[in-house]
Every structure is written in C-alpha cells, then in structure tokens.
Design a protein around this ligand. Sequence first.
Ligand SMILES: Cc1cc2nc3c(=O)[nH]c(=O)nc-3n(C[C@H](O)[C@H](O)[C@H](O)COP(=O)(O)OP(=O)(O)OC[C@H]3O[C@@H](n4cnc5c(N)ncnc54)[C@H](O)[C@@H]3O)c2cc1C
Length: 474
Amino acid sequence: MNEQPAQASNPPAHTYDFDLIVIGGGSGGVRCARMAARLGVRVACIESRFWGGTCVNVGCVPKKLYAIGSAFSTSVARARGFGWEVQEPSLRWEHLQAAVHKEVNRLSGVYDNILDSAGVTRLWGKASLAGKHKVEVDGRVITAQFIVIATGAHSRIPNLPGIEHTITSDGFFAMQNKPARAIVIGGGYIAVELASILAAAGSEVTILYRGETVLRGFDDEVREHLQGVLQARGIRILTHAQVASIDKAESGYRVTFAPDAGVHGVAIEADCVINATGRTPNSASLNLGAAEIEPDGSGAISVDEHFRTSTPNIFAVGDVLHRMQLTPVALAEGMYVAHYLFGKKAPAPIQYGCVASTVFSQPQVASVGLTEQACMVRGRKFRVYRSRFTPMQQVFANRQEKTFLKMLVDDASDVVLGIHIIGDDAGEIMQGFAAAMVCGATKAQLDATIGIHPTIAEELVTMREVSETVDPLS
Ligand SMILES: Cc1cc2nc3c(=O)[nH]c(=O)nc-3n(C[C@H](O)[C@H](O)[C@H](O)COP(=O)(O)OP(=O)(O)OC[C@H]3O[C@@H](n4cnc5c(N)ncnc54)[C@H](O)[C@@H]3O)c2cc1C
C-alpha cells in the first residue's frame, strides 16, 4: 500500500470485516471495488438503487440511445436532398422507450456479474457511516480498514411552488409517451440534450433558462453558435427567464416566469415540464459527521490529490465530489484510489486539464482543454484559429447548418490549449485530439499531420490562418 495513513490507534487490518468498503455501486464505486478485489484484498460494495449507477440506468447510456433514436429524423430530412423519397417520419416513442429500457436492464445485470466474478461481496441497502471504520447497512454494522464514498449525485430540485409537477431526467427516461409540448427548465448540458431529443422526435420544445446563453462554462462562441443552431432547429429558447411557479393547467401544466428582472406573470403551457437545473451530491444521508467529515454547502465532499477526505482512511470519488461530473472521470478516480491503497506502485495523477467531453445535443458539442475565456485568465498570449463550413452531409439539405471548429494555441510554446467542435460526430472526432493533447501536441505537429479527406476532422490539421492573436495583458 502506498503512503497509507497511520493506523497506530486502530486494530490491525485483519480484525476488520473487509479491507475496503465501497459505498455506491455506480461508475466510480464499481471500478474501485473491482480493481481492489483484483489486487487481492477483501472488498464489499454497497448499492441501494441500481447496480451500474447513474450512467447505465438513468444517465449516459439511455440518453445516448434516445439521442441516436431521435436523430434519425435529421437523417431522413438530409436523405431527401440526396434523392431518397421518404414519407414524413414519425417516431413511436413507446417502442424506443421499451427498447432502451430492455438494454439498460441488460447492462445493469452485467454489473452484478462483473462484481461477483471479481470476488467483491455485494450488499444491498442504504449505507451510512457509523464511525471512521464502520458502515451501517440494512440495520447491520460492518467494518473496514478503508472506506470509499462513491455515492454520486441526484437532480437538484429547486424550491419552487409546484415543482412536484415537474419531472427530472430520471422521469424523462420513464416517460411512456412523447409529449406534444415540453418545457425544459435549465440551460446545462442535460437540459440541451433532453430538449434536442424531444425536438428531433417531433415535440414542440421550449427551454427556459435564467442565463443569457445555454451551456455555462463552455467557450462563449461555442455557446452562442449552439444556441443559434438549436433555435434554427425549432427549439424556442427563452433566456433571462426566472421561473416563479408551475401549476396544473386544463391540459398539461403552466409555467409562470419572469422574462426579465422586475417583470412578472408571463406563463406558457406544456404537457410535460422537465427540471434540469443541475445535480446535487448524494451526501446528506451518509451521516458523515460520524466519521468527522464535513461536506461543503453544496453537499460536496472535499478530498486531497489522492481523493482522501479529512478522515485519513476514508476516500471519496466521482460525482459526490461535485467537480467534473463525468463517467470516465469517476472511473479514473475509482481506479486511482484502488491502486493508491493496494497497488504495488503509486498511480499516475489524473490529468484533468485534458479531459474531453461531449454534449450530445443535436448537433453535438465536443471540447477539450481551455476555453478562450480561460485562456484570457491565464494571462499569456494565445492564437485563435476558427473554421465555419457546411459539411457534406448538409450540402443538399434545405437547412444548411455550419459546423464550427475552434482551436486555441499558446503563442510562445505553440502548445495546443483547447479545441472545440460543434457538428456531427464531434465526440468521435475529439477523442483522438484529446490523446494528442495529453501528449502535449503543438500546432506545428498538428500541421504536420496529413488529413483524411474529405472529413470534418481534417479541418483540425489544416487550420493555417490565424483568426486572431490575443494578448490578455494588453
Ligand atoms: C441524464 C444524464 C446524462 C449523463 N450523460 C453523461 C454522458 O454522456 N457522459 C458522461 O461522461 N457522463 C454523463 N453523465 C454523468 C455520469 O452519469 C456521472 O458522472 C457518473 O455516473 C458518476 O459516477 P459515480 O460513480 O460518481 O456516481 P453514480 O454513477 O451516480 O453512482 C452512485 C451510486 O451510489 C448509490 N448510492 C447513493 N447513496 C447510497 C447509499 N447511501 N448507500 C448505497 N448506495 C448509494 C446510487 O444509487 C448510485 O447507484 C450523465 C448524467 C445524467 C444524469
């Protein structure tokens, strides 16, 4: 074990029931438990809702399947331009919902087997801490030398009159009929993804967002470009909208909101209202105080660079940290802790700066590295490269959407600082460029790469013209 916390005042490890107890059987918890068991230690993993956690059951997997399923309407529209005679398509939502449900159940079952075959003891029930080495589950107390908290997060429920009339992303995946009209409250990635799915499926969709432009935290130009494209695809986006209440209407629901500070009483109606206003860490029912751990105001658990909490034998990974809420990040953190505690050599630190992510809106947004705004804060001169063009898939379509690519490069070292793409398959394109960035790729190295022609991706190795050079200090 590497740099383990001193355990002098505690009994030796073999007097504990387990070497490691992992609370939470989602992405981070399952990965941590499996890896630790493979390293030969006795591990228990506790889950209270669904093995596989958010990603498999109510997150990435069903979301991506719905995105794929709904996006065929765009393919059909494009196909007409290429000469296909296709009737007006219509989606049988109940078919899609049932198919996704079946696949999710299959995958969740795979997680049972993964843990069993790794030799992890699976326990079912809501776990809480009963001391620094004690966990209570289902009325029983079990002990371990180390504990990992991997309890994830849940949809934030704002304190609004009538919020009980809304559904969250969990409810979205359970929806058996497609709403004719939907309101999505929120402007984060889950909000735009669910809005895109519904719009592509043929619903009339309104996003109510209290900010100016959706996708806060992403590059400003990317946000503006995406917002324009979503609007062009028929999604109504009402910004600066402060929701005041949700009521039952004669048919469906009425959302009352203030369109601007000081103005009240504007109301719109829909058959379904989706609350997508952020995610809150699952820490409230963990009885953290029993182990002298204090979450912050948002419920997030603080950890050091080895994911150790303020109590040295207790670690935390994944969404409960409220940092980068992504499955591959939770997996990497879970694996890191298993190796840190029980591996032969210290694991390499996780390179958060090069984590690529994709918003599965329609079209997709993929990003890696810094935004232009973050480059400004960094304070060193940088170059901006931009490209906007109509991709071949679109050339014969009535609606010609531009693909947008942006690259930020440190002027002195030529190192690529950030890449942003809006367009078809942006996520698939970005993964390879993220690997290049982990290797410290320079613009000159990308320029030396021969493109694959004709593709969208080749644009990123043929961006010769500097759009502008920015000196944040001037
Ligand atoms: C709609 C949606 C779409 C998403 N899409 C993407 C995407 O495309 N790409 C991506 O990378 N990420 C996506 N995410 C985020 C991703 O799902 C999470 O980052 C990831 O699941 C975090 O893993 P985790 O292990 O920290 O938590 P989780 O996977 O949430 O697992 C935590 C587990 O702990 C259990 N648990 C909680 N409290 C207790 C307790 N007291 N006792 C026992 N068990 C407990 C929960 O039931 C849960 O199963 C999406 C999330 C949502 C909601």
